[in-house]
Write a protein that binds this ligand. Structure first.
Ligand SMILES: Nc1ncnc2c1ncn2[C@@H]1O[C@H](COP(=O)(O)OP(=O)(O)OP(=O)(O)O)[C@@H](O)[C@H]1O
Length: 606
């Protein structure tokens, strides 16, 4: 087999350690050893697994009984007796072997699939709780590979390892016992060969584990590079960068291939040891057994039965070796799953109900808040302080990178301040249950993403229980009613990746409608109308002003024309609050604001 032409090895992405993630995170606990984790996955299915294992053992028992009956049959033939009974018994044993084996195998495979399902559910639930800081530093493609590809490896580890060790091990012991019953001297010869094989396999196993781990890491890298390409395919095509990106994905695929081939080499070597050792055992037993028959120590029927057991031993020995190889594969996969589950996550909590329609608007205060995204990065907020009473419109303005969006991220508790306090309704944000906090907030992000699915699903994402009446009202206020009327299936039209593509302005209106449907006590709009045409923008501005009469509304705006009527404007620059006031006050009092107003031809408004 030829390797795809020599591509450079791709670096293996490392998930960040929890200490790199910023201040608060889930307590770092040492993950349990892989075997215990495996038992944890298997525990819910232990009875089915036991039933499957019992059936597998019964299957082996019927197989094991065959040589004994065969010995009787050979002896009966030698003494000219009828062989009908042994033939009948052998037929029943063969049929029982096939029937029990089939049912047992189905039960075990079903259990293995259930283990994979359990691991996938646990991991996806955990990933959905990840802190944004952890997501920032992970490759989504790599995390995806851990959920899809690594969990798949648990399938074989469940069947091969647990069942192989259980049934294979027991069958092997039972076979050896029966061999001992038949002839202990020949058993000693067989055991010597098995022990030598075991020692060779002991040396090989760590290599299997190492190569499988590398192969899985490479699959993660491949997933990450593929995700990067597919996520920005338009940009890549427009930049004519398909070829270079293709090379990068190919390089990752090649790495996965190389390590998998390496692992196949070691696994094949281990697997073949079973065949080799049994061939050696057969020859040795034949020679030693022949000598014992010649001296009259055993009869020919005993030698035939023993040789049948030697052959019969092949299957459980192979099972045990496959179990050992499968365990190495499983521990590599479990280690990668545990790495993902060690990333900092938000505490588990029940979903919180949305606030009542007549709930009081939220009051907010930042007190000397300092924040940086990671220990090695510069501070984005340097002692930021401001107070916002309930109700009214507050605008955040300032140059790009001043830290305006970060204010919103901190309010949503996507990140925690490095120092200082954020207080909502008189209670420090850290003391709020995250779902309760977020239930109080409506947030429209800067790039207003639309999720793949129906338009209705997108609108109701934050409040699936909103009534049709509420939905109609919000569609009207966000001027989406015209868009919906023009769509082939109205609200049920698919949008996002596999559906109708919405324009930037339409996406923004969908995002605003989604946030309004939550009836928030605090509405955060980050450049939420930047892509709207003048008519829609003016209409949405009126809607926001209207909402601000009953709710606390915070907007980030680059175009000052959209916020000149705000109740207060917070001017931010380089992570600090420079000034707070109305447009008129700020034009007169703050140099930066006056400059921004002048460059946007707004000075006349003062
Ligand atoms: N997830 C992140 N990880 C690391 N640094 C970040 C992250 N998000 C933002 N930053 C950095 O923090 C600084 C402030 O970003 P922020 O988005 O808050 O600024 P902004 O004032 O909203 O800018 P703009 O007006 O351009 O949206 C920037 O220098 C940015 O590079």
């Amino acid at each position: 087999m030829d390797a795809p032409s020599g591509s450079p090895p791709a670096p293996i992405p490392q998930l960040p350690t929890s200490s790199e993630q910023g201040r608060p995170h889930s307590p770092a606990t040492t993950p349990p050893p892989p075997w215990r984790q495996l038992l944890h996955y298997v525990r819910p299915y232990r009875w089915v697994l036991l039933a499957g294992a019992l059936l597998a053992l019964l299957t082996s028992a019927t197989g094991l009984a065959l040589p004994l009956v065969a010995r009787g049959l050979v002896n009966d033939l030698g003494h000219d007796r009828s062989i009908t009974t042994p033939l009948l018994v052998m037929s029943v044993l063969v049929l029982a072997n096939a029937g029990l084996g089939g049912v047992g195998s189905y039960l075990l495979k079903r259990t293995a699939e259930s283990v994979v399902l359990g691991a996938r559910r646990a991991l996806t639930s955990y990933l959905l709780r990840l802190r944004i800081s952890a997501v920032d530093r992970s490759e989504p493609g790599d995390l995806m590979a851990r959920v899809t590809s690594d969990t798949t490896l648990l399938r074989s580890v469940t069947t091969d390892t647990l069942i192989g060790l259980g049934t294979g091990g027991l069958t092997m012991i039972a076979t050896l016992v029966l061999m001992g019953v038949v002839d202990s001297a020949l058993l000693a010869v067989t055991l010597a060969v098995i022990v030598c094989t075991g020692m060779v396999i002991w040396v090989i196993m760590p290599q299997v584990k190492k190569t499988i781990r590398r192969a899985q890491d490479s699959v993660g890298v491949m997933g990450a590079s593929l995700e990067r390409v597919l996520g920005s395919l338009r940009t890549i095509k427009a930049s004519g960068a398909e070829h270079r990106e293709e090379q990068a994905v190919h390089a990752a695929a090649h790495e996965a291939w190389r390590h998998s081939v390496d692992s196949a080499k070691w696994s094949a070597l281990a697997g073949n040891m079973a065949g080799l050792s049994m061939q050696i055992a057969f020859i040795t037993v034949l020679a030693a057994g022949g000598a014992r028959v010649a001296t009259g120590a055993i009869d020919i029927g005993t030698l035939v039965a023993f040789l049948m057991y030697v052959f019969y031993l092949m299957s459980p020995v192979q099972q045990v070796i496959a179990a050992a190889t499968g365990y190495q594969t499983g521990t590599a996969a479990i280690a990668r799953i545990q790495e993902a589950q060690a990333l900092p996550a938000e505490p588990e909590a029940e979903p919180a109900p949305l606030p009542a329609p007549d709930a009081e608007p939220a009051a907010l205060a930042f007190e000397e808040v300092c924040f940086r995204y990671a220990g090695e990065l510069p501070y984005v907020h340097r002692a930021v302080s401001f107070t916002i009473p309930g109700r009214g419109l507050t605008a955040f303005v300032g140059p790009s990178g001043a830290g305006k969006t970060t204010v919103f991220s901190l309010i949503e508790r996507f990140y925690e301040p490095t120092a200082g306090r954020i207080v909502l309704d008189g209670r420090e944000l850290m003391r709020w249950e995250i779902p309760t906090l977020r239930a109080a907030i409506g947030y429209v992000e800067q790039d207003a993403p639309v999720l793949s699915g129906s338009l209705r699903g997108n609108l109701l994402l934050g409040n699936p229980d909103a009534s049709d009446e509420e939905l109609c009202k919000v569609l009207k206020t966000t001027r989406l009613d015209g868009l919906v009327a023009g769509l082939p299936q109205g609200l049920d039209t698919l949008v996002g990746h596999r559906g109708t593509k919405l324009s930037g302005g339409e996406r923004q209106r969908v995002a605003i409608a989604r946030a309004l449907l939550r009836r928030p006590r605090l509405l955060l709009l980050d450049e939420a109308t930047s892509q709207l045409d003048a008519v829609n923008e003016a209409a949405l501005r009126d809607t926001v002003a209207d909402v601000a009469r009953t709710t606390t509304v915070l907007v980030v705006a680059h175009r000052l024309s959209t916020v000149t009527t705000a109740d207060r404007i917070v001017v931010m620059d380089a992570g600090r609050v420079r000034a707070v006031g109305s447009h008129r006050e700020l034009v007169a009092a703050d140099l930066l604001y006056a400059e921004l107003a002048a460059t946007q031809f707004l000075t006349a408004l003062n």
